[in-house]
Design a protein around this ligand. Structure first.
Ligand SMILES: [Zn+2]
Length: 133
């Protein structure tokens, strides 16, 4: 008779599957650290048939699906795309800030005019009061 796996074993399997999904899908751009926490280094393949190809590879890499070994070219290309997206986002933010700054400068100019008028009124009122004495 086939027993169903225990709840703990199922949990462990789910955790491993989540981890493998993270390892497979969690990578975009140049990796800084493997999901295992391992340091990434720039590997140049010495394997026959793959000689000279570059990878970003976990220091603890084993071909078990738990570590990153990402082709250098794809990572750099993704990093470039990511940076271009960030530049676009920054440009949009900057454009919004410039518009906001123009509005605030205009508002400040108007407020200065109002303050100058109020100052004149107060000076005139003070003069009127003391001239009456
Ligand atoms: Zn690793």
């Amino acid at each position: 008779m086939w027993g169903s796996p225990s709840k703990a074993a199922m949990k462990e399997m789910m955790r491993e599957m989540d981890y493998i999904t993270l390892v497979q899908d969690g990578q975009r751009g140049i990796p800084k650290e493997c999901p295992c926490g391992g340091r990434i280094y720039h590997e140049i393949s010495k394997i026959e048939g793959d000689l000279g190809n570059r990878y970003f590879t976990c220091k603890a890499y084993k071909n078990d699906g738990f570590h990153w070994r990402v082709p250098w070219f794809y990572s750099v290309e993704e990093e470039f795309d990511k940076l271009m997206e960030q530049i676009d986002e920054q440009n949009q933010k900057l454009s919004g800030l410039e518009t906001q700054l123009k509005k605030m400068s205009e508002e400040l100019r108007n407020q200065r005019g109002v303050i100058a008028k109020l100052k004149d009124l107060v000076e005139q009122a003070v003069k009127n009061i003391f001239d009456g004495w």
